[in-house]
Design a protein around this ligand. Structure first.
Ligand code: CUA
Length: 358
């Protein structure tokens, strides 16, 4: 009986760790698959520290086991081995070795901290007052993300679009409570605070982006409320040429005109029930306090509904009817009682037609 129970526990442990670890190693999500310079530096630091810790562990274990075997109490031999407490040579040795190890960890850590925190390039502006570097303002709110490209007058939500093979500079803040901006396979995390702006840069390798299918997953890394774990966003990493195209399409985007009768019906519903919170053009010039809800200009191009559900009409309708079922604590009200099924259906059709790319 005991043996069977033991086997049961073993099986459970193995099954559980497999379930937990199966999330590791995905190129679009894993910090263990670095996809750019920042993530690689962070990964190298982590591995370097782990090797040093392993070295310490092995040395200590070997000494421990040796002592245990060599100096164990033997029958008929009551003599104590030679006592070494207070031995100067030994004490100096085991003080100096950890000091050396800590220095070996500290040098690359401090060097990288300064390198990764170097945002001097953000201060350079041309005569029009625009940054020389690519700057993205990130604003975190319960439970969604806004990405603003201040030099282009473009605002988007839930999906960050960045060019590969170049440094992208981020200014991160929050509009309600503390959040944290993290793209595990690209780098981070950086706190999103309400009372100051944090800055850093990230860079994504073109090749790694292709391996990941050009989309990475972003996460909120600061416990912010019941839907903290659902505060995901997508990161589209595209070549710099494609990025230039995208940004110029975003800059010149007009309101999408619905193509079908159902979408036209949906637009009417939208203008009645949604437009006071949601903008549908990427050039949203209102101050950010007025931008209380995600910009939906590119909703038809999104890979996810609300950052978490697979993108299809059914999920869009479910979300509109009862969002807090999927994201507890969301500020988005439920429209299931206010709108008829037909209206929600039309609304979903309209939303899915909201596109900027042509
Ligand atoms: Cu936002 Cu956790």
């Amino acid at each position: 009986m005991k043996g069977r129970q033991h086997k049961g526990y073993m099986f459970l442990t193995v099954a559980l760790s497999m379930a937990v670890l199966s999330g590791c190693g995905k190129p679009y999500l894993s910090a263990l698959k670095p996809a750019g310079e920042v993530a690689r530096k962070q990964y190298d630091l982590m591995m370097w520290s782990i090797w040093i810790m392993l070295f310490v562990m092995i040395v200590v274990l070997v000494i421990f086991v040796t002592v245990l075997i060599r100096f164990r109490r033997k029958k008929g031999d009551e003599t104590l081995p030679k006592q070494v407490a207070g031995n100067h040579k030994l004490e100096i040795l085991w003080t100096i070795i950890p000091v050396i190890l800590l220095v070996l960890i500290a040098i690359p850590t401090i060097t990288d901290v300064f390198k990764l925190g170097d945002t001097k390039a953000m201060e350079k502006k041309n005569k029009d007052g625009k940054h020389d570097a690519l700057v993205v303002n990130v604003r975190a709110s319960l439970y969604w993300w806004e990405f603003e490209y201040p030099d282009y007058g473009v605002v988007t939500s839930q999906e960050l679009v960045v060019p590969t093979n170049q440094k992208v500079y981020f200014q991160v803040k929050a509009s309600d409570v503390k959040h944290s901006f993290w793209i595990p396979s690209v780098g981070g995390k950086l706190d999103a605070n309400t009372d100051n702006i944090n800055k850093f840069w990230l860079e994504i390798d073109q090749k790694k982006a292709e391996e990941a299918g050009n989309v990475f997953y972003g996460k909120c890394a600061e416990l912010c409320g019941p839907s903290h774990a659902l505060m995901d966003f997508n990161v589209k990493a595209i070549s710099s040429g494609d990025f230039q195209n995208w940004i110029s399409q975003m800059k010149s985007a007009k309101k999408t005109q619905p193509a079908t009768a159902s979408a036209r019906e949906g637009q009417k519903v939208f203008n009645k029930s949604c437009i006071s919170c949601h903008a549908v053009t990427p050039s949203d010039t209102r101050p950010e306090q007025a931008r209380t809800s995600p910009n939906l200009a590119t909703f038809g191009e999104r890979g996810k509904v609300a950052g978490i559900l697979s993108y299809n009409e059914q999920n869009i309708e479910n979300w509109i009817k009862n969002p807090s079922k999927y994201k507890p604590g969301t500020k988005m009200p439920a429209f299931g009682d206010q709108l008829s099924d037909k209206e929600v259906d039309a609304l979903a059709t309209y939303l899915m037609e909201l596109k900027v790319e042509h």
